[in-house]
Design a protein around this ligand. Structure first.
Ligand SMILES: [Zn+2]
Length: 447
C-alpha cells in the first residue's frame, strides 16, 4: 500500500513545524513533500513554551487532520507517536464520521501505522478549566458569556474557515475581535494560525473523488463535504496548548437550528455526535453550548448580558475580507434582523454602516434569501404585533404580516428569475468601462 508519512515534527517556543511526505503515485497532497505549521499568538498573560510538550501531543493536530484520508483512499498513513486515549477512540471516530458523512465502505479503507502509542502523562495543576472557541459570531459570543472569567481561555482559529486568508484586513480584525471580547468577559485569549487548509491536500480533487467515484451523498456531505470532514480536526490545533495548561474541556457554541416545532441538528462537521467522539490525554469536548437555544434568543441574551455589564461588543457574522462587515450578505442581513428584533440598533453591535432606509428597501424587495428558511422563521416568529420597535419598526411588522413561508417563496422566485432584456441593457454595472467614460465626459477628470 502506498504511504503518506509524517516525517518530522519540531517545536520552537510558539510554533510547531511539520513535514509530511507522500509516495510517488499517491497524488493526494499539493506537493510530494509539504511543510506545515501551527503558530500560537497571545499576550503576556498566557506564557507557554511548546518545547516542553511531548511529541504524542505535538503530533496530534496534524494526525487527526490527516486521518480521514485513510477512510476512503486505500492509503497507508504513518504517524510516529500517538496519545493512547486518542488511539483508543479511533474506531468510534471512524464509525461516527461514517454515520454522518457516509456510509464509508470497508473496501475503501487504507491503513494507519503508529510507531509508538504513548500514555501521555497528565498535567496536574491546571491554569484554566476550559477552552471556549471564539469566532466573533453569535454562537461563539453566546458560549463565551456563559463561561466568562479567568478560568476560561478564549481561542480563535480563523484558518478553519474555508478560504481563510493568513494576512490582510480581516485577519487583523480577528485579532482585535478576540482581544476586545476577552476584555469584555475578562478571559485570556489565544489566536491560532495554521496553513493546513491552504497547503496540504488537493482538496478539490478529493472532493470530486468522494462525490463522483465514492458517490457520497448524505446531507452532511452535500452541505460541507470534504472540508467539513476535516473541520473538528483543525479545531484540535488547540490540543498542545490545552495540554500545556491542563485544560480538560473544550467548549464550542452549537449551531443548532429550529423551524417551527422541528429541532434540526446540524448535519455538518460541527455535529455534536462528532465532538463527543474526540478526546486525548484527559481533554474532551464538553456539551456544545446553547444546544437547544434559538439564534434569536442567543442574540437577545448577548445584548442583555452586555447591557447588564455596561459593555458593548461586535457580533461578527460576515465572511467578506474587510475591517467592516458588508451588511448585505445572508449572514449580515440575518444577524442585523436578530438585533432589530431585540430592539437594538445594529450600528451599536458591529454593523457600523447600517442604514434603516437601505435595510428596509433590501428586505421589502425580497432580496434577503436563506436556503434554509429556519432563520427566517426564527426571526419573524419573535416579532411581537403589539410592540413598537425602536429601529425598523415598519419593516418588522411588514415581515410578520407576510410570514416566513411567503417571504421565503418570493425571495427564492426572485433569485431564480432571469433579468429581462431591458433590465440587462440598463444594468450599468455590466459596462463599467463605458460608464466610467460617460461620467468622465460629463464631469471632467479632476484628478
Ligand atoms: Zn456580510
Amino acid at each position: 500500500m502506498k504511504k503518506i508519512e509524517l516525517v518530522n515534527c519540531k517545536a520552537d517556543a510558539d510554533t510547531i513545524h511539520y513535514v509530511v511526505r507522500e509516495d510517488i503515485g499517491v497524488d493526494l497532497l499539493q506537493n510530494s513533500t509539504v511543510d506545515l505549521f501551527i503558530k500560537y499568538h497571545t499576550d503576556e498573560n498566557v506564557k507557554f513554551d511548546l518545547r516542553e510538550i511531548p511529541q504524542s501531543i505535538l503530533q496530534l493536530p496534524l494526525s487527526l487532520y490527516l486521518l480521514p484520508i485513510t477512510y476512503f483512499c486505500n492509503v497507508e498513513l504513518v504517524i510516529p507517536e500517538m496519545d493512547k486515549e486518542l488511539y483508543e477512540r479511533l474506531p468510534k471516530i471512524y464509525n461516527t464520521y461514517s454515520k454522518i458523512y457516509g456510509p464509508f465502505k470497508d473496501e475503501w479503507r487504507g491503513k494507519l501505522t503508529i510507531n509508538t502509542i504513548v500514555d501521555t502523562p497528565k498535567i496536574s495543576i491546571a491554569k484554566y478549566d476550559r477552552v471556549v472557541f471564539f469566532s466573533g459570531g453569535v454562537d461563539a459570543c453566546h458560549a463565551s458569556i456563559n463561561y466568562p472569567g479567568r478560568r476560561t481561555l478564549l481561542v480563535s482559529i480563523p484558518d478553519i474557515e474555508h478560504a481563510a486568508k493568513n494576512s490582510g484586513p480581516l485577519r487583523e480584525e480577528k485579532f482585535s475581535l478576540i482581544k476586545n471580547f476577552s476584555s469584555v468577559v475578562k478571559s485570556d485569549w489565544l489566536l491560532i494560525s495554521n496553513n493546513f487548509n491552504n497547503t496540504l491536500f488537493k482538496d478539490e480533487d478529493i472532493q470530486n473523488f468522494l462525490g463522483k467515484q465514492r458517490e457520497l451523498n448524505s446531507s452532511a456531505f452535500v452541505f460541507d463535504g470534504w472540508p467539513g470532514i476535516k473541520y473538528l480536526a483543525n479545531m484540535c490545533s488547540v490540543a498542545p496548548i490545552a495540554y500545556y495548561f491542563g485544560i480538560n474541556e473544550l467548549i464550542m457554541g452549537s449551531s443548532f437550528e429550529q423551524i417551527e416545532d422541528k429541532l434540526l441538528l446540524n448535519y455538518d462537521g460541527a455535529n455534536p455526535e462528532l465532538t463527543d467522539t474526540i478526546g486525548f490525554a484527559n481533554t474532551h469536548f464538553g456539551e456544545q453550548e446553547g444546544l437547544m437555544v434559538r439564534r434569536s434568543k442567543k442574540v437577545a441574551n448577548i445584548i442583555d448580558w452586555c447591557n447588564a455589564h455596561g459593555v458593548k461588543t461586535k457580533l461578527w457574522a460576515c465572511f467578506c475580507d474587510g475591517t467592516t462587515q458588508c451588511g448585505f450578505c445572508g449572514k449580515c442581513i440575518r444577524t442585523q434582523l436578530n438585533i432589530l428584533c431585540a430592539g437594538e440598533n445594529p450600528r451599536e453591535w458591529g454593523f457600523e454602516n447600517f442604514s434603516e432606509k437601505k435595510y428596509t428597501r433590501y428586505i421589502k424587495s425580497y432580496q434577503y434569501k436563506e436556503n434554509n428558511p429556519c432563520w427566517l422563521w426564527d426571526n419573524i416568529e419573535t416579532i411581537n404585533d403589539e410592540k413598537h420597535y425602536p429601529y425598523c419598526d415598519e419593516v418588522l411588522h411588514w415581515l410578520k404580516s407576510i410570514g416566513y413561508k411567503d417571504y421565503h417563496r418570493c425571495s427564492q422566485e426572485k433569485a431564480n428569475t432571469k433579468p429581462t432584456v431591458l433590465k440587462r441593457l440598463t444594468s450599468f454595472s455590466r459596462y463599467p468601462h463605458y460608464l466610467k467614460k460617460i461620467v468622465t465626459n460629463l464631469f471632467g477628470n479632476n484628478r
